[in-house]
Design a binder for this molecule. Sequence first.
Ligand SMILES: NC(=O)c1ccc[n+]([C@@H]2O[C@H](COP(=O)([O-])OP(=O)(O)OC[C@H]3O[C@@H](n4cnc5c(N)ncnc54)[C@H](OP(=O)(O)O)[C@@H]3O)[C@@H](O)[C@H]2O)c1
Length: 197
Amino acid sequence: MKKTIGIIGAGNIGKTIAAHLLKKGYAVNVSNSKQPDSLKETIVQLGNGATAVTATEAAEADIVILAIPWLQVKTLTNITDWRDKIVIDATNHYISSDFQMADLGNRSSSEIVQEHLPDSRVVKAFNTLNFKLLAADPVQANGHRVLFISGDDNEAKAQVSEMIKGIGFAPVDLGSLSAGKLQQAKGALALQNFIKL
Ligand SMILES: NC(=O)c1ccc[n+]([C@@H]2O[C@H](COP(=O)([O-])OP(=O)(O)OC[C@H]3O[C@@H](n4cnc5c(N)ncnc54)[C@H](OP(=O)(O)O)[C@@H]3O)[C@@H](O)[C@H]2O)c1
C-alpha cells in the first residue's frame, strides 16, 4: 500500500503533481485555502484516489507537498505539529504577480520555508519546471525527466527520491537546502529540462 501524500495548494502545480501520483496508485489529499467543498470539480478531474481535505488535514500525511505562493507558507506554521514530517517545497519565492522576488539575503528560499515549519524535514523539489512541462510524460527518448532535489535530511531525501522515481522522473540530488539556491527561481538550474538517459 503506497503512502498517502498531502498537497497544500490545488492550483497549477498542486494538481499536476497530484495527477502523476494518482497515476501510480498513491492516495492524494488535496487542499486549498478554503473548505474542501470548493474542490469538488478538481476532485472529479483528478479522479480515483483524490480526496478534498482542509490544509490541516493535508498536513497530517507523512509527506506533505507545498504548492502555494511562497509568501503564504508562513500561514502554515501552526496548522499542525511539523516535527519530523517530510515537506516537499515546490514553491518559488515570487512575491507579486509580475514575478518580483523576495530578498533572501544569503539564504535559499527553502531555508526560509524550513524556518516557518519548525523541525520538519524540508526537501525542495518539483519547482524548476513550468507546470505544463511537468505534466508531460516524464519518460522521454528512453530516459527520464530530471527533477532536482535538495535538503539537509538524507533520509527524507531518500524517501522523496523513491517517490519521484516511482512516478517516472529521475531525481538528481544537489545537496543541502542551501545548495537549493541552484534550483530555486533564477538559479542556474531553474527551468532547465534535462533527460537522464
Ligand atoms: N505554475 C508553475 O508552472 C509553477 C512551477 C513551479 C513552481 N511553482 C510554484 O508553485 C506554487 C504554486 O503555484 P501555482 O502556479 O500552482 O499557483 P496557483 O495556480 O495560483 O495555485 C495556488 C494554490 O494555492 C492555494 N493557496 C494559497 N494560499 C493558501 C494557503 N494559505 N493555504 C492553503 N492553500 C493556499 C490556492 O488556493 P485558493 O484557490 O483557495 O486561493 C491555490 O489552490 C508557487 O510557489 C509557484 O511559484 C509554480
